[in-house]
Design a protein. Structure first.
Length: 327
């Protein structure tokens, strides 16, 4: 299958590109490189530097390469920024996505895997979170992703679009060649590793009074290779399960304190940390139920332990200490 991957120079898009090629697919890697890294794109993919707001450029890509399906990762995803600049997020995560859908349909491409987020659920009423859980996002990032999910449903009704929505929880870890390299970095595990490497003074623990075993937030961490495998399974069986929503998570939560201690153990280094007040909108526990994707697509995480996830990220950081700048 020939698959167009948007956001292919980003963290998850680049690893998914690697996975698709390993499974025998060919990939058109589409990215404007405004935040992604050209060095992250698998050399076996065809890279097209295109912004999704550029309808003419999209038409050219679809006309020249004639993909069979699309995986849509391109998005903005900083929660705090989305609160400050909601318009920016609706333009990037909704309007640009509509441009992509219209280009697809103009060229007869009707298969799409959409990279969504657990942020669509908002404050969980109970955990593990099922796909049927109410969706009440608490920030514009989650709201923009949910709105595009609704756009997909409306497009499907009158165009024959086949799509699958993937809502994943805390993506983490690395493949041998590709890992997290964000600026600014906002994710727990890479920040901890930056402290361990002496690149950052201390790690902030936001809130120690949550109703959890040690008072810190609990999150479901899922290895980026397992996320990539889930997307590959979905695109290969999209006609069987069109319109479905799948959670991607380990189904097990780890507290911030547990992650900190595990990172210290894996790196063999003391990780300086400070406590700070809770951040508004941070739920105590976010853990996925992934029973639906396990049952329907036969997916199962290959890297379910926190140790394996953090070790892969640390190994990548040691190989590429300056991220893609050292690639």
């Amino acid at each position: 299958m020939k698959i167009l991957v948007t956001g292919a120079a980003g963290y998850i898009g680049s690893v998914c590109t690697e996975m698709l090629i390993a499974r025998g697919h060919s990939v058109i890697a589409l990215d404007d490189l405004s935040e992604g890294h050209q060095e992250a794109v698998d050399s076996r993919a065809t890279l097209c530097r295109v912004n999704l707001h550029d309808s003419e450029a999209l038409n050219t890509v679809f006309g020249q390469h004639k993909p069979d399906a699309v995986m849509h990762f391109a998005a903005l995803c900083l929660v705090e920024e989305s609160v400050r600049e909601p318009g920016k997020y609706y333009r990037a995560n909704v309007a640009a996505g509509i441009n992509l859908l219209e280009a697809m349909l103009r060229h007869g491409v009707k298969k799409l895997i959409f990279s969504s987020t657990a942020a669509t659920y908002g404050e969980p009423e109970k955990t593990p979170i099922l796909e049927e859980h109410s969706t009440v996002p608490v920030n514009p990032y989650g709201a923009s992703k949910l709105l595009f999910e609704r756009v997909l449903s409306e497009f499907r009704a009158n165009s024959g679009l086949e799509y699958i929505t993937m809502r994943y929880f805390n993506a983490a870890g690395a493949s041998e060649e590709r890992g997290e390299d964000h600026d600014p970095e906002t994710h727990v595990i890479p920040i901890l590793l930056e402290v361990a490497a002496g690149e950052r003074e201390a790690f902030q623990v936001y809130g120690t009074d949550y109703p959890t075993s040690d008072g810190t937030c609990v999150r479901d961490y899922v290895h980026v290779l397992d996320i990539a495998q889930a997307h590959a399974l979905a695109v290969e069986r999209i006609s069987e399960f069109a319109g479905r929503i799948y959670n991607i998570g380990n189904g097990e939560g780890f507290s911030v304190q547990e992650v900190l201690q595990t990172a210290s153990h894996i790196t063999g280094r003391k990780i300086n940390h400070r406590t700070a007040p809770r951040r508004p909108g941070d739920p105590a526990i976010l853990v996925a139920s992934s029973q639906r994707i396990r049952k329907e697509l036969g997916w199962a995480p290959a890297f379910s332990s926190l140790e394996a996830i953090i070790r892969s990220a640390w190994d990548w950081k040691q190989r590429f200490p300056r991220g893609y700048a050292s690639a």
